[in-house]
Every structure is written in C-alpha cells, then in structure tokens.
Design a protein around this ligand. Sequence first.
Ligand SMILES: C[S@@+](CC[C@H](N)C(=O)[O-])C[C@H]1O[C@@H](n2cnc3c(N)ncnc32)[C@H](O)[C@@H]1O
Length: 198
Amino acid sequence: MGLGARMRRLFGQWGVFFEGFLQHPKMVGSIIPSSRFTIRKMLAPVDWGNCKLFVEYGPGVGTFCFPVLEKLRGDATLLVIDTNPLYIDYLRKTIRDSRFIAVHGSAADVEDIVRAHGFAEADYVLSGLPFSTLPDGVGEAIAAATHRVIRPGGAFLVYQFTAACRDFMAPHFKRIDAGYEFWNILPCKLFWGWKDES
Ligand SMILES: C[S@@+](CC[C@H](N)C(=O)[O-])C[C@H]1O[C@@H](n2cnc3c(N)ncnc32)[C@H](O)[C@@H]1O
C-alpha cells in the first residue's frame, strides 16, 4: 500500500487531501486544508440573502463546502470545480445535499460550466487555487473568465499563502479589499475583488 493510501486510511478527510497533494503538489499547493479562522474571515462579507449561485474553485476535500452550505439559502446552489478526480469523487460521496454540484474540470472553463448548469452568472466565486504555481497562462485565463461570470455587485473571494493572486485579479477588479489570517497553516492572505455595479 502506498503512502497516500495509508494516510487516507489513517486520517480520513486529511488523508484524502494529502493523497491529492502527493499526486499533484503544484496544483494543490498545500498539505493541509484551510483553518476555520480562514473560512470565517473569507466568507464574512458575503450577502447570503442575495446569493443564488456560489461557485468554488479547488474545493479539495470540502473544507469550505460545509460552512457555505450552512449559510446558503434553501433555493440556492453551490457549484464546485476541481481538476483532481480523487477530490470530486470524495465530495460526491460525502456531501448529500440537493443544493450541491461537484464538477470535475478546470476553473478556466467556469463560464461553460455555469451555463451548462442553467445559470447566466454567479453571485460569488471563491478560490483556493495556488495561483503562483499554476501552469503558464492558466491564472490569467481564470481571473479573466471569473470577472466575466460574476454578476455586477458580486465578488471574487481569494485566499493564498502569497499575494501573487492579487496580480492576477488587479487587471479586472478595480476594488480589491485585503485581509490576513495568522491562524492557518501557513498564515494566509485574503482578497475580495468586487465587480462594479453598472
Ligand atoms: C490549496 S488546495 C485548496 C483546498 C481547499 N479549498 C481548502 O481550503 O482546504 C487547491 C485545490 O485547487 C485544485 N486545482 C488546481 N488547479 C485547478 C484548476 N485549474 N481548476 C480547478 N481546481 C484546480 C487542486 O486540485 C486542489 O484541490
């Protein structure tokens, strides 16, 4: 039995996350899921009453999915997109909620994925993607597609260990609020890019 499979058996959710890291270290970018402090701070500005579609890139083993579903309206949808089939299979098996959709694909295709599920736009997009280690051009494409898919007044919520993601957001989002969470392994930077109302 390989190290990944042994970790999965020993540590459950964290083991699955670590197995995904061993498979694709640059795409996962972290060996441990986000802390509850990061989750709380990142989601604080969301206007849940006006959220019909919440999209998450790189959900991993669903660290943010449960807190988002707790806050989400009964008639709203959480659509998550991840390139790693190990994580998507795990999420489909563990999250039984009619508001939840898990898609195996790339965040770069968010517009097609959102339309394929019957939506014209997203209210909020959350990203845990390791922007600084994504293949060349992918971060730029994701930031541009995300700006197009978010409704006016909606936001792109991004957390990362470095501020590199801000460079990808800046050409598209005029207003970017910034925060920091120490209680995370590693401490991380938080950004909220707001799409202009117009
Ligand atoms: C740092 S992990 C985030 C884990 C989780 N959101 C958390 O907070 O604990 C990054 C995730 O991004 C996924 N990923 C990497 N590139 C992607 C892409 N282009 N589209 C969608 N997901 C991607 C990886 O498979 C991994 O699940």
